[in-house]
Design a protein around this ligand. Sequence first.
Ligand code: MN
Length: 200
Amino acid sequence: MNKYTLPKLPYAFDALEPYMDAKTVEIHYTKHHQGYCDKLNLALEKHPALFDKKVEDLLIGLDSVPLDIKTAVRNFGGGFVNHNLFWECMSSKKSECSGKILTAIKNDFGSFEEFRKQFTASATTLFGSGYTWLVLSNGKLEIMNTKDQDSPLSVGKKPVLVIDVWEHSYYLKYQNKRADFIDAWWDLVNWAHVEKKYLD
Ligand code: MN
């Protein structure tokens, strides 16, 4: 039985400056993300056999998770996995959307500009706490929002790209100006990784 541990952040806390400040990255990773991991581990101690599973598989099969820890897996397992992808999808090195992921975006949204417009609108208008995602659903790319720590995996969709729009993701630097944070976030997207997730 191995407890879950956070994947190492793929860059330094200050690597995403000036778009995302070092303090926000540090608190978000060492407090929020770590907190979800710790709470997930605590909940699963009641059913230690589940530690042998991938958290992603617990979220895909949420309906078969024991009832007494189902909400904990949904919230803390979701928080663990959602943040993993959020960090992976960013880089200090600026990149352009290209290759197979660009072709797919053009096919399903008309143009990259139209995709970016729709994704930005979805993230800007999400009410409360949650995430905006690019997901693969029956071979087609879609934009969707999830509330709290819900994962697209639990509704049969495959995450490809995500932005965390909980206030803890931007409030220190951007205060209430979520739209400014989203605009800056586009400069951080690691398109090679997004393409890898798309092709996985
Ligand atoms: Mn977060």
